[in-house]
Ligand binder design. Structure first.
Ligand code: UDP
Ligand code: MG
Length: 339
């Protein structure tokens, strides 16, 4: 019987301090697997701190490790996409480089996969080492998203998940540029299972997501998976028009009954300012969507590859990535592929 293959995909941006601690934990988790061969694919998302050298060291000591380096920092979502595109066979499991998603849980994920689930995701029961503001905003974000989006997005669930080969194939068909991964995972559907876990503190380094970046991330999520804000503009408009109509009627009636004594400058200013504000907000919302439409229309590749080192014993298993096939795009023409 042929053995199943599992590739752990790790996106790393300036994680030179965290990676040496992470790899042995993944390797140990692989030893606990039964009937499944483990591989690791590290994606260096344009790090500037020696992450690449650390990764090369890891790959030299372990023939199951593949390395991919992007031409610059494209962001976590693009880096994960680049990694998943290179998993030619078997299932994939996404893990953060900083040890916040414990690799010790890998056997549990695999067990669920073997039971027949296509998307096994870790659901956080607690968050260690993160401030109250971060926890509060994360809590609010998942609840608001759940309300706004028609696609089911599991609450308190990050990118820590295992995708079966067919879920992976489905995900690869989604080539949109603004990639809100949590939503994309939900969109593909299939059988889902969740594994509760305690999110640990980072082993080293700092989070790359400050509040501003998180806000932009949330905006990405809302605009990628909901058009509710656009409709909000319509409702605001209708409500304002109704109020204005009632008020207009009242002014006419008042003038007829008591005559017009040219008063009401404050009311006028208030109405003008209010309407101006509503219109600007509505324009801004349209702008958010329009801007994203513009980005999509450019049809740029999602990332560019600088270097690709397939695992030593394994090169037959990893062909050209989906990106290269679907865009007839050659990394070698840009950065030079291979060692
Ligand atoms: N990451 C990345 N590219 C980026 C930012 C982050 O590949 O531009 C990786 C990072 O190295 C880590 C994971 O994404 O493995 C999660 O990042 P981080 O721990 O900073 O986010 P948090 O856990 O605070 O949400
Ligand atoms: Mg983290």
């Amino acid at each position: 019987m042929s053995r199943d293959l599992l590739t752990v995909v790790v996106a790393a941006f300036n994680e030179a301090d965290a990676l040496p601690a992470l790899h042995p934990r993944i390797a140990a988790a692989f030893d606990a697997l039964d009937g499944v061969d483990g591989r690791v694919l590290y994606v260096d998302d344009g790090s500037r701190d020696g992450t690449w050298a650390v990764l090369q060291g890891i790959a030299n000591g372990d023939a199951r490790v593949s390395l991919l380096r992007l031409s610059r920092n494209f962001g976590k979502e693009a880096a994960l996409t680049a990694g998943l595109d290179r998993v030619a066979e078997g299932a994939a499991l996404i893990l953060d480089a900083d040890g916040q998603d414990p690799p010790e849980l890998i056997p549990q994920f695999v067990a669920k996969w073997r039971e027949g689930f296509d998307d096994v995701h870790g659901t956080r029961t607690g968050r260690e080492g993160e401030g109250w503001l971060r926890r509060f905003t994360a809590y609010g974000f998942y609840r608001v998203m759940g309300r706004l989006s028609k696609t089911p997005i599991p609450t308190d669930t990050g990118d820590f998940r295992l995708l079966s080969p067919r879920a992976l194939a489905a995900l690869r068909q989604l080539r949109e540029r603004h990639r809100f991964m949590k939503g994309l995972f939900g969109w593909i559907g299939f059988e889902q299972a969740s594994i509760p876990y305690q999110r640990e503190a980072r082993v080293a380094g700092r989070s790359k997501f400050n509040l501003w970046r998180l806000w932009n991330f949330a905006l990405e999520g809302v605009t990628s998976f909901s058009t509710a804000p656009l409709r909000l503009a319509t409702y605001l408009g209708v409500a304002t028009a109704l109020v204005a109509f009632a008020y207009g009627l009242w002014i006419v009636v008042k003038a007829l009954l008591w005559g017009d004594r040219v008063a009401g400058w404050p009311t006028m200013m208030a109405v003008i300012l209010f309407l101006g504000g509503v219109q600007l907000v509505a324009l801004g919302m349209i702008g958010e969507y329009l801007g994203r439409l513009y980005e999509e229309s450019k049809q740029r590749p999602l990332y560019l590859v600088d270097r690709w080192h397939p695992a030593a014993g394994d090169s037959s298993r990893t062909g050209p990535s989906v990106e290269e096939r679907s865009h007839a795009y050659r990394a070698s023409a840009v950065g030079g592929e291979g060692a």
